[in-house]
Design a protein around this ligand. Structure first.
Ligand SMILES: [Zn+2]
Length: 312
């Protein structure tokens, strides 16, 4: 059942609408919301919504409770491949919980919050940007870690990053919902403007596993659920470019590295000079890797989860 949660007139004839699909199972179950498309250039969630709806539609009789799918919280952004809200260049994930008497976008954020609030679990799916490729991970604020980590472990991801950046995250959908008492997990995976089918399928397996854990799914689920690394900020190393140039990668993301391994070279194409060999400063797991080949001094190149357990 498709339900419109926001419908506003645009200046000349068009309409701005946000819709969700409610897949209803047997009564007495829980309510799970899958939201994505807050950043219009992040499209991995589109496949997850499609595949989840497709599999649920095959066996609706095995569902207890409701699954609500919101493919595009920023529909104009998704339609025009724009990260923010087009025209305003406004990041939709920096205006929550919104404002009932605010302008169009603030009021939209308010209505989204009111609609989702009270769900038993929310997954907010993101896919990096066009510059960086991410392994499948859940990002959790330290304040909500005790409550959320057990659920995050069910999602079949490689990594759970528990971070402490409360000040930056206050106006996100996830932080606003968690503050309002609605459990919300942020999934980050893949790369902007692309769909990584392997990750999408893995996450959908993880969602069915989560639904089983919540008593919502009585059907089959994957036996191969990944056991993620769990890390805090203190174990994550950020690698930034010392110089501007062109990056030639030596490893891809999702790679275990040893201290001193070469991650990439920054080169200049005029005279064929190597400007910087970027070396792994620790033993660990590369969970973010730059894909876009141009860097400026200070650009993020990689993030490494520092761990020596990866090398037996
Ligand atoms: Zn995002």
């Amino acid at each position: 059942m498709i339900k419109t949660i926001v419908s506003e007139e645009l200046p000349v004839g068009e309409k701005f609408e946000i819709r969700k699909n409610i897949i209803k199972g047997k009564r007495g179950g829980k309510r799970l919301c899958i939201v994505t498309g807050t950043h219009g250039d992040e499209l991995e969630g589109q496949y997850v919504c499609f595949e989840l709806a497709r599999r649920l539609n095959e066996h609706p009789e095995l569902l207890r409770g409701d699954v609500e799918i919101y493919p595009a919280l920023n529909p104009l952004g998704v339609d025009s491949i724009t990260r923010g809200f087009p025209g305003f260049d406004l990041d939709m994930n920096r205006i929550f919980p919104g404002e009932i008497n605010g302008h169009l976008i603030e009021n939209t954020a308010y209505k989204i919050m009111q609609d989702i609030k009270g769900a038993d679990m929310v997954l907010d799916i993101h896919s990096s940007n066009i510059f960086l490729r991410e392994v499948m991970q859940v990002r959790i604020n330290i304040q909500t870690a005790n409550v959320l980590i057990p659920y995050a472990r069910m999602l079949n991801t490689d990594f759970i990053w528990v971070h402490n950046a409360a000040t930056v995250l206050q106006s996100t959908l996830a932080h606003s919902l968690n503050t309002a008492g609605t459990k919300t997990l942020v999934v980050e995976m893949g790369i902007g403007m692309r769909i990584t089918r392997k990750y999408g399928n893995r996450l959908v397996d993880g969602i069915f596993n989560l639904m089983s854990g919540m008593g919502m799914w009585k059907g089959k689920k994957s036996e191969m659920i990944a056991e993620p690394f769990v890390s805090t900020d203190g174990e994550v190393i950020f690698m930034n470019a010392d110089v501007s140039g062109v990056i030639i990668p030596s490893v891809s993301h999702s790679t275990a590295v040893r201290k001193g391994d070469i991650l990439c070279q920054i080169v200049e194409p005029f005279e064929g000079k190597i400007l910087q060999d970027v070396l792994a400063p620790v033993d660990g797991f590369v969970f973010t890797m730059r894909t876009y080949p141009i860097v400026y001094e200070g650009s993020l190149i990689a993030r490494i989860y520092k761990s020596s357990e990866l090398h037996p």
